[in-house]
Ligand binder design. Structure first.
Ligand SMILES: [Zn+2]
Ligand SMILES: [Zn+2]
Length: 417
C-alpha cells in the first residue's frame, strides 16, 4: 500500500506540476511560439490521462464503466478489500455486485452521491462478499441516501441460509445504532433493507428488469447450496459476474460471448501452502474444489470467450500474479485482466479500455443529490435520568457555537437539557 500510495502521490504531484507548467507557459508565452519554446526543455506535453480520476468523466450513452472496489480474500489487507464491483451504465444506472469487507471505503473514493448507490446484488452470504453491507446501509443513509437500500440475493436450502434471513438479522443487529439516530438525521435511508430474495436454483431466470436493464441468475457451486452468478444485459451489452464458484455448466452455457466476464480465480495451491500456511490437503481442497483454480479459470474463459476476462479473488502481488497468469495461460490465450482494487474498465462496442483509478485519500462524501430532510427532534429516544445527571456543564463554552450558527442561518436553536 505504501508503495502504491507513494506512486499515486508522485503521479498526482506530477499531474499538478504539469498543470501548473501549462498555466505558467500560457501566461508567459502566448501562442505557437510558446509551444515551440518548450521543445528541448521538457519531453512532457499535455495529453489524455492514462488513469481514471473519479468524478471527472461523463459516461457515453452507449458505454459501461466497471470499477473494482474489492478483489481480495476474506483475510483483510490494506491493498485489496474483499469482493465488490461497481458497474455504471450510460443510462445513469449503477449496480453494486457484492459488498465485501473493506469495500465501502473504495466505493466512497468514487465520489458518487449515495442516492445513486441503492442497488446491491449479492452472489452469496460469505462475509467477504457482504461484510460491508452495514457500512453502506448506515454510512450511505447518513450521507444522503434518502431511500431504503435495495438488495437482491439468493435463497438457501433452508430459510435461515437465505438473504432475507441474513439481512433481517443484520437489521436487528443494528437496533442500537439505528435507534440512536432517530430524531437526529434524515430517517429515510434507515427505514429498512428492501430485500428481493430469489430462488438460487433458477437457471437464467430474471431477478431484475428496470429501465432497459435485465439481470438474470444462474446457480454457482461453492461451500453450500445457495450461491449464484449474475448476468446483466443492457443496450446490447452482456456483463457477467460469477461470485464464488467451482467451474460449472451454467456459466459455460449462459456467460458465453460476454462483453466482460468476471470470474473468480483463486490463489494457487503452492501459494496457499507457502504464504497462507494451509496444509497441502487443505490447499488442494480450497484452491481447486471450493474455488476455481487458475488453470480451470482459463478453461472456462476459453469456453465462453468474453471480449475481456477479469480474474479476481487472489492477493495480486508481484510474486503471486506471474504464476497465476502462467497457469491461466496454459488454458486461455484471450484478453485478460488480473484485477486489483481500483482497476477500471470502460466498455464500448468498439473498445475496452483498462486503467487504474487515482484516489484522493482525503475525499469527503459527495454532495447530496436531493435536499436533506430536517430531522424531527421529538423522535429522539431520551437518555435515562441517571445518564442525564452525569452530564458535565459545558453550556457556557458551547453557547457561542449556537450563537454562531443561529446568526449564520437565521435560526433560534437552543441547547437541550
Ligand atoms: Zn465465498
Ligand atoms: Zn469469496
Amino acid at each position: 500500500m505504501s508503495e502504491n500510495k507513494t506512486f499515486i502521490s508522485l503521479l498526482f504531484v506530477t499531474v499538478v506540476a504539469i498543470g501548473i507548467g501549462v498555466v505558467i507557459g500560457a501566461n508567459f508565452n502566448q501562442g505557437a511560439e510558446a509551444a515551440n519554446s518548450n521543445k528541448g526543455i521538457s519531453p512532457v506535453e499535455t495529453r489524455a490521462r492514462d488513469f481514471y480520476a473519479p468524478n471527472s468523466e461523463a459516461l457515453g450513452p452507449d458505454e459501461m464503466r466497471l470499477v473494482a472496489c474489492g478483489t481480495g480474500m476474506p483475510t483483510a489487507r490494506p491493498k485489496q478489500a474483499a469482493t465488490c464491483f461497481l458497474l455504471e451504465l450510460g443510462n445513469g444506472d449503477k449496480f453494486l455486485f457484492d459488498i465485501g469487507t473493506g469495500s465501502a471505503e473504495r466505493i466512497a473514493a468514487l465520489q458518487i452521491p449515495y442516492n445513486y448507490l441503492d442497488k446491491v446484488f449479492l452472489s452469496h452470504l460469505h462475509s467477504d462478499h457482504f461484510g460491508d453491507m452495514d457500512a453502506l446501509f448506515v454510512g450511505g443513509a447518513l450521507m444522503n441516501r434518502q431511500k431504503p437500500l435495495r438488495v437482491w440475493g439468493p435463497s438457501g436450502d433452508t430459510p435461515e441460509r437465505g438473504t432475507a434471513y441474513a439481512l433481517d438479522h443484520l437489521y436487528k443487529a443494528l437496533t442500537w445504532d439505528l435507534d440512536g439516530r432517530k430524531g437526529i438525521t434524515d430517517p429515510r435511508g434507515y427505514v429498512r433493507f428492501q430485500v428481493t430474495e430469489f430462488d438460487y436454483k433458477g437457471v437464467n431466470e430474471i431477478v431484475y428488469q428496470e429501465n432497459g436493464v435485465t439481470i438474470r441468475t444462474i446457480p454457482a457451486i461453492h461451500s453450500l447450496d445457495g450461491p449464484v452468478s449474475f448476468i446483466l444485459e443492457w443496450n446490447g451489452f452482456k456483463f457477467v459476474f460469477s461470485g464464488d464458484t467451482y467451474p460449472n455448466k451454467w456459466f459455460a452455457e449462459y456467460a458465453k460471448d460476454a462483453d466482460l466476464a468476471i470470474h473468480e480465480c483463486f490463489i494457487t495451491v503452492p501459494a496457499l501452502v507457502e504464504k497462507f500456511k494451509f496444509t497441502p490437503q487443505g490447499a488442494l481442497d480450497v484452491g481447486t474444489q471450493v474455488h476455481t483454480a487458475p488453470e480451470a479459470y482459463g478453461k472456462m474463459m476459453s469456453i465462453i470467450k468474453p471480449r475481456m476476462a477479469v480474474a479476481f479473488h487472489f492477493f495480486n502481488d508481484f510474486d503471486t500474479a506471474p504464476d497465476i497468469e502462467r497457469r491461466i495461460r496454459t488454458t486461455y490465450d484471450g484478453p485478460l485482466s488480473l484485477a486489483t482494487d481500483y482497476m477500471v474498465w470502460n466498455i464500448t462496442k468498439d473498445e475496452i479500455r483498462t486503467r487504474m483509478a487515482i484516489i484522493d485519500e482525503d475525499v469527503w462524501p459527495p454532495q447530496p443529490s436531493e435536499e436533506p430532510q430536517v430531522p424531527d427532534p421529538t423522535l429522539r429516544i431520551p437518555f435515562s435520568e441517571f445518564i442525564v445527571n452525569g452530564k458535565y456543564d459545558v453550556k457556557d463554552v458551547i453557547q457561542p457555537v449556537y450563537d454562531e450558527i443561529n446568526e449564520e442561518y437565521g435560526l433560534n436553536e437552543k441547547q437541550g437539557q
